[in-house]
Design a binder for this molecule. Structure first.
Ligand SMILES: [Zn+2]
Length: 281
């Protein structure tokens, strides 16, 4: 009997030790998983970026300005990691996603190229050549305003990313909108000739929203014709400008802008208190 009691005690102790070991293993596993999850989240919340310019930039002014425009709820840490390549550390996935989807961003009229970093990627080694734009497509023939056509045209302009979901519901809208990643090493696409089923051809035109500075001679983003190699090598100051300001989509804010009833444009005119004549004497 003693043996049995002794045996029971031993058995109970073994089970207790086993339970402790299992609990410890479980805690270790949870900690490891949580650490892995955190590391993964951290990597997903980093972006590398560079400004599309050869000019030197006031880094202090840039990081303050971008943080002010973005207003990330959990903040952002911006570091310069190598000659005008920056690391943007966000602290919540919602922040980084909103900022990447809301681009293009610019500082001092220089476009910012951003790239969301995947785990294990080296920020200075990822290519920073693509920039997303909303492109408005004008003069599409009746019946051509569809996602399939939008996708084809998006892939002609650059790399199609998205079709504006309310494209087909805006009554009287004169254009369709597509989200496109544009390669900054290539000239901006201006138009495309498409043939209609009857055989007629039609030229459809593109306008880019929030387009930064670009060269009117060669259509490249990031500089103006004053720095254009093509112009300099031609030695002809009057050579044709095949690109122009017409590639800029009208700023929606200026379209929606309603003049204040309190604002006078001249010395005379109407105010809410009646007609006011120009001061005399
Ligand atoms: Zn040029």
């Amino acid at each position: 009997m003693t043996f049995l009691v002794h045996g029971d005690v031993k058995k109970g102790e073994r089970e207790r030790q086993k339970a402790i070991q299992e609990a410890e293993l479980s805690i270790m596993k949870e900690l490891r998983e949580s650490r892995e999850k955190k590391d993964k989240a951290k990597a997903g919340e980093q972006s590398s970026g560079r400004l599309l310019t050869d000019r030197s930039v006031n880094f202090g002014a840039m990081k303050n300005r971008l943080a002010d425009i973005w207003r990330p709820v959990k903040g952002v840490l911006i570091r310069e990691i190598e000659g005008q390549v920056y690391l943007f550390q966000f602290f919540h996935e919602f922040d980084v996603d909103r900022i990447l989807e809301g681009g293009p961003w610019s500082f001092d009229n220089h476009l910012l190229l951003l790239h969301k970093l995947k785990q294990g990627k080296i920020p200075t080694k990822v290519p920073l050549n693509l920039i997303p734009f909303w492109v408005q497509i004008y003069d599409l023939p009746v019946g051509y305003m569809s996602e399939t056509i939008g996708m084809q045209l998006g892939n002609f302009i650059g790399k199609f990313l998205a079709y504006y979901t309310t494209n087909n519901s805006g009554i009287g809208r004169s254009y369709t909108r597509v989200r496109v990643a544009v390669d900054v090493r290539k000239p901006l696409m201006r138009c495309k000739k498409i043939s209609k089923p009857g055989g007629d051809c039609v030229m459809i035109k593109f306008k880019y929203e929030r387009l930064g500075s670009f060269c009117f001679v060669c259509g490249t983003l990031g500089y103006t014709e004053s720095f254009c190699e093509k112009l300099f090598s031609s030695n002809d100051k009057n050579m044709a400008r095949e690109w122009g300001t017409w590639l800029r989509a009208p700023d929606k804010r200026s379209i929606q802008f309603k003049p204040s009833k309190w604002l006078r444009e001249s010395l005379g005119g109407e105010t809410p208190y009646g007609t006011i004549g120009a001061p005399t004497g």
